[in-house]
Design a protein around this ligand. Structure first.
Ligand code: FMN
Length: 368
């Protein structure tokens, strides 16, 4: 069994350990989407904290795809200088830490900024064909900027009820043309996005994909459908698939899933075998994210054949958790209580842990 400290090679990139910081909206750009010192400082702390690879918060591929007022933007070359600084800070201080940008489109779920969100009852069927095509291209261009800025990989947000997931999900895709209906048709948007990205970044640049294991809504997709999607993406050449789930009411859903997971902690532990089977025969790595807090749970996942352990909230309250767990005698589990206050916080304010502020506590001389 590989240990958490065992490096993993994806294309030409060696990831120094198996801890993957799962994408986390930072709400730390300025209101025009430009990288700020506050955002750079966060990535400095994450980089020195020991994760093998960091995935940034969701970055908008189009102005209409923004979901948060202060999220990273990748829809224009004007963002390149700031993005370059972000990649540089991780590489300069991270002792081999790698970094990917997660590219994202909010879809019809918008907070008043996405496709037609101001119109009541707006759904996928209302998107014009030419807008679908231009959004596909926007994903390709966004990936090209991620590569040009010097990042190590691009990650696609294909989960959680946002645009790619809306196309995939049988409950939200109400189109009757080639973009809707059968699973093959519902998958088309994701596959076109993948091809547009590959066209821009070439075969040697790693592409990651976050995907649901189940939508957890009536009429939504289950593992059978998502395993087929994962298998198709893996065969096409996606380098890493990160398992997640749910399209709505995430806070309630995760509380329930956490209880069900018991000692495994990982909400999507149950889906690992099916997803491993789906990607077998390809070089695609598997990551699992959600609920993982302790070393035994992480090691259990590696033993099961998972390649990367995805962490989001534990790294908000403790960016150096990987160093602590992997390289110090202190093996206690994450301090994160999964209270989700961070999740509500980012809607209006910069990301922070509301329970345990890592920087303030250090200055005050101790942990809570
Ligand atoms: C504050 C916050 C921001 C998040 N932002 C993103 C995001 O930008 N992209 C994404 O794919 N998931 C996002 N998520 C979901 C996490 O990546 C992760 O899947 C989820 O929190 C479960 O993992 P955890 O138990 O380690 O926190 C976010 C979650 C939180 C709490």
């Amino acid at each position: 069994m590989p240990r958490l400290n065992t490096p993993f090679k994806i294309k030409n990139s060696e990831i120094k350990n198996r801890i993957l910081r799962s994408a986390t909206v930072e709400s730390k750009t300025d209101f025009d989407g430009f990288v700020t010192d506050d955002l750079l400082e966060l990535y400095y702390h994450l980089a020195v904290g020991g994760s093998g690879i960091l995935i940034t918060g969701a970055a908008a591929v189009e102005p209409a795809g923004k979901g948060f007022a202060q999220q990273i933007c990748v829809f224009d070359d004007k963002y390149l200088p700031g993005l370059k600084k972000l990649a540089d800070i991780v590489h300069e201080y991270g002792s081999g830490c790698k970094c990917a940008v997660q590219i994202f489109h909010q879809g019809t779920a918008g907070y008043g900024q996405a496709y037609g969100a101001s119109e009541r009852g707006y759904s996928l069927i209302d998107i014009r064909q030419e807008d679908i095509i231009s959004t596909v291209k926007a994903f390709g261009q966004a990936a090209r900027r991620v590569k040009d800025a010097g990042f190590d990989a691009v990650a696609v947000h294909g989960a959680h009820g946002y645009l790619l997931n809306q196309f995939l999900c049988s409950a939200t895709n109400n189109r009757v043309d080639k973009w809707g209906g059968s699973l093959e048709n519902r998958m088309r948007f994701s596959l076109e996005v993948y091809s547009a990205i590959r066209d821009q970044v070439g075969d040697e640049f790693p592409v990651f994909w976050k995907i649901n294991t189940s939508d957890y809504i009536e009429g939504g997709n289950e593992i059978e459908q998502y395993a087929r999607v994962a298998g198709t993406l893996a065969k096409m050449g996606v380098d890493l698939i990160e398992l997640s789930g749910g399209v709505e009411k995430q806070v309630k859903l995760r509380a329930r899933l956490s209880k069900e997971a018991g000692e495994h902690e990982a909400y999507f532990y149950w889906a690992v075998d099916a997803m491993k089977e789906a990607v077998s025969g390809t070089k695609t790595a598997l990551a699992v994210t959600g609920g993982i807090r302790s070393l035994p749970a992480m090691e259990g996942l590696l033993k099961k054949g998972v390649d990367f352990i995805g962490l989001c909230r534990p790294l908000i309250c403790e960016p150096a958790l990987p160093n602590r767990m992997l390289n110090s005698p202190d093996k206690r589990q994450s301090k994160c209580t999964s209270c989700n206050k961070c999740f509500f916080h980012i809607a209006r304010q910069p990301l922070k842990c509301r329970e345990f502020d890592p920087f303030r506590s250090v200055l005050a001389g101790g942990a809570k």
